[in-house]
Design a protein around this ligand. Sequence first.
Ligand code: PA5
Length: 445
Amino acid sequence: MIRVDLSHMRHFIPLPYEAALTPRLHLAHERLRSGTGAGGEFTGWVSLPRTYDREEFGRIKAAAKKIRGDSQALVVIGIGGSYLGARGVIECLCSPNYNLKKKDTPNIYFVGNGLDNDQLAEVMELLEGHDFSVNVISKSGTTTEPAVAFRFFRQLLEQKYGREEAARRIYATTDRNKGALKALAAAEGYESFVVPDDIGGRYSVLTAVGLLPIAVAGIDIEQLMAGAAAMEADCAREGMDANPAWQYAGARYELQHRGMEIEVLACYDPFFRFMAEWWKQLYGESEGKEGKGLFPASVEFTADLHSMGQYLQEGRRNLFETVVRFEPRAGELAVPFDAENGDGLNFLAGKTMSDLKQQAMDGTLLAHVEGGVPNIRVCCGARSAFTLGELIYFFCYACGLSGYLLDVNPFDQPGVEAYKKNMFALLGKPGYEDLGQSLRARLAE
Ligand code: PA5
């Protein structure tokens, strides 16, 4: 169950805004559910928690089991929507130190999400002497960063195991029919999983894109889907009072309308860091177009209260905070009693870390609100696969609504092509010769 608490945001808005916004939310909701809005052909994720392909889901679980049995490491190759969700869920539920922990599941390395030599070389070195498999993920099958990384790791596998066994250790998640990766997978006989046609990259974490790496980490993907299904039912409801995604999308739209330019997503759980990276992509790529959209930023509290806290408290008043709060988990550490009390901390003895965190959260909330920062709270259950399933669906649904409120297509990303075109031209890709020449001349100016 996710609850959106707007009590510390409302008094920044002079008049009630909900009634005026409700008809627009109705329309956005209706377009999202019927696939009749802009980019409606990419709304397959809306019903996914109910309609997902059970046969493929079974194959994902079987592949994860095989990888857990024959590999000490899994290399996940993908960028943007083809990796952030999986990394977010794994770090949030297992730990950012997952690879360092004692466990009976493989280490997981994420590569192909940039063009850095050292990152690539480091992972190759870490794999030395270890059995490993590769999950290459690309909906288009042609994205440069993962395609280049895949060359390296495919060669590494083939050198280690020979071509046939290497093929048994490569899992390709891509389009059903098209793209270079699909063709390669078919030719080499890699086990393949599908990114459905009607689901774009940043909305695809609950498809094989996210589910295979997440399952390899030992996370219960049934629970993840069950959480998403529960939230799907909540998000299907109509009305401000009934639907948490309407509340969140409505509040952030209203704040934007009143001059806020930046939404800062904050969480007090450092394990949440990559979920925030996933959220930034989701909202940044979905809303940031046609000169519109909030700039999505993120902070990790309480650590960033000692860095960004100053700006949040007293900097430009063009931002608001959305705080994701998880309930505490059972069995937490309590601050020890110290007979000498040299540090003067015995007033905390016996309190759990969550007790401390709770007071830090409440104290920060009041301070920031007093400093002029509207606050939206997204209150979730304890960190679990079910809760993350709920949260992922909630943010996706609210993002779709937000795009329609802004009157943009929340499912395309035309702006991403600009850098790609220039990069191809500068690298000498056939067909880009003229552009390459003019770019080189500009760089030489
Ligand atoms: O949300 C998106 O569509 C993008 O972020 C893509 O996921 C990203 O560009 C990777 O694309 P692909 O999966 O085609 O390699």
